[in-house]
Design a protein around this ligand. Structure first.
Ligand SMILES: Cc1cc2nc3c(=O)[nH]c(=O)nc-3n(C[C@H](O)[C@H](O)[C@H](O)COP(=O)(O)OP(=O)(O)OC[C@H]3O[C@@H](n4cnc5c(N)ncnc54)[C@H](O)[C@@H]3O)c2cc1C
Length: 418
């Protein structure tokens, strides 16, 4: 069969949140692009399924009506009004989020299975500026001075697409990262997570608070229970890869043990039913100023290793990096410059101006959260102090406040009851 040849302005590998964010913003700028996706949507992705205010921000900036739609689709999307931290000693701390300031948005964030959320975005990608190929198998990526050429197959058809620049939005096992950045993420900056769907867990918060259980045996990781629509919940556990390797931890056993034996958790699962299999996937954790571009390529989302090292949040960062990648591509096309130096200034720098400090603070918090006594101490105090609970609540939106959490003076002040 004849090889189909396409010339375009940008190639995106991967149609998850990072690829969708890039595509939506390229379309907004009228830039032609091709999306090459390995799977057929709707497709599943192992995740906690919690979308934060950053996800809402990127979508709202372009299509505010989509968020209104999301918040009105109660069978598919569940607004989240807060978070419950459970300290290693079992004490819970409920932190309500402030109400959303945007009319029509009932909460600052929401939960939805990735099957639903990613498909919601994917269905909105087609435009006059793109061509989308699903169930596509990338065979070769060639980069030279004149551009990037990707050869892939779709069924019996072979397609060759050429462009001046390529975006790696192909997730944790990114082939674009591997081939063009020549850098694999080390165990130190990776975590592994498991996810299961349960129906009928009791004791969920009436306002759908997401729950983080900082079990002593998985610190600095945690177990989570995130309510979903239709009586379902996403239950999972995440922990640093180096810890799994060093302590020879069986994550599945740890999670099932907690579900069966933890006095705060197991009674709530008495009549709960597991739906489907317990599945695992990697979380490539972000660190300030790690390269996310080079000659003729940009890495977004998990391909760029941009997951928050404390919370495990990656959907918002994937969408956000996609938005900035589109800006950088617009600048590169305008200047006809696609070299590493140009893309670093156009993409890495703005990205880390927004995310760098957040990643740094989260890494420090991840290190602090190795200490169960510190958790117990803060939660015990916050339970008795409305002002401390308020401060912690504001930390989710206020980066300066969150920064205080990593400073010894914060804990000293609590100790002194100030
Ligand atoms: C257990 C677990 C829990 C998590 N919980 C949360 C959470 O609650 N909230 C949150 O915000 N984040 C969470 N994350 C992180 C989040 O899932 C990721 O950060 C997010 O999916 C990144 O989006 P992405 O578009 O970069 O990658 P992905 O969502 O992985 O999308 C990549 C896409 O690329 C496609 N692809 C891959 N390889 C190729 C190829 N060779 N050719 C073509 N296409 C390809 C894939 O099919 C996929 O569609 C969690 C992660 C894990 C593992």
């Amino acid at each position: 069969m004849e090889v189909k040849k396409i010339e375009t302005e940008a190639i995106i590998i991967g149609g998850g949140p990072a690829g969708a964010g890039t595509s939506l913003y390229l379309t907004d700028k009228g830039i032609k692009h091709v999306i090459i996706e390995r799977e057929q949507f709707p497709r599943d992705k192992v995740c906690g399924d919690a979308c934060s205010g950053k996800t809402a921000f990127v979508l709202r900036k372009l299509h505010p009506e989509w968020l209104q739609e999301i918040y009105s689709e109660e069978q598919q999307f569940m607004p989240s009004h807060g978070i419950t931290f459970v300290a290693p000693n079992g004490k819970p701390l409920n932190i309500p989020f402030g109400p959303s300031k945007v009319a029509g948005e009932t909460a600052p964030g929401f939960t939805a299975t990735r099957l639903v959320f990613d498909n919601y975005l994917f269905e909105r990608l087609p435009s006059q500026y793109n061509e989308i190929y699903q169930e596509a198998d990338v065979k070769e990526i060639i980069r030279n001075e004149s551009g990037v050429k990707v050869t892939f197959t779709q069924g019996a058809q072979t397609i060759e697409v050429s462009a001046p620049v390529i975006v790696g939005a192909d997730g944790d096992k990114s082939i674009v990262r591997k081939q063009l950045l020549n850098d694999n993420i080390s165990d130190k900056s990776k975590a592994i997570g498991l996810r299961a769907y349960y129906e009928g867990i009791t004791g969920l918060h009436e306002k759908n608070f997401i729950e983080l259980h900082f079990l002593k045996e998985v610190l600095p990781g945690y177990m989570w229970i995130f309510p979903l629509p239709n009586g379902m919940a996403n239950v999972g556990i995440g922990i640093l890869s180096e810890r799994i390797r060093d302590k020879k931890i069986n994550l599945r056993e740890k999670m099932l043990y907690a579900i069966e034996n933890n006095p705060n958790i197991s009674p709530r699962f008495k009549n709960a039913k597991l739906h489907g299999k317990i599945l695992g996937w990697g979380l490539p954790l972000g660190a300030e100023n790690r390269p996310v571009s080079g000659d003729r390529f940009l890495l977004t989302g998990d391909a760029g290793s941009l997951v928050d090292p404390f919370s495990g949040e990656g959907i918002g960062n994937a969408l956000y990096s996609g938005m900035l990648a589109a800006d950088a591509i617009a600048g590169a096309l305008e200047n006809q410059q696609f070299d590493a130096e140009f893309l670093k200034n156009a993409y890495d720098k703005p990205l880390y101006r927004r995310l760098g400090n957040e990643l740094k603070i989260s890494l420090a918090l991840q290190k602090l959260s190795r200490f169960p006594w510190l958790f117990n101490f803060v939660v015990n105090k916050a339970e008795k102090s409305a002002s401390l609970s308020d401060t912690i609540s504001c930390m989710f939106t206020d980066l300066d406040l969150r920064d205080r959490l990593r400073k010894p003076s914060f804990y000293l002040k609590i100790l002194m009851n100030k």
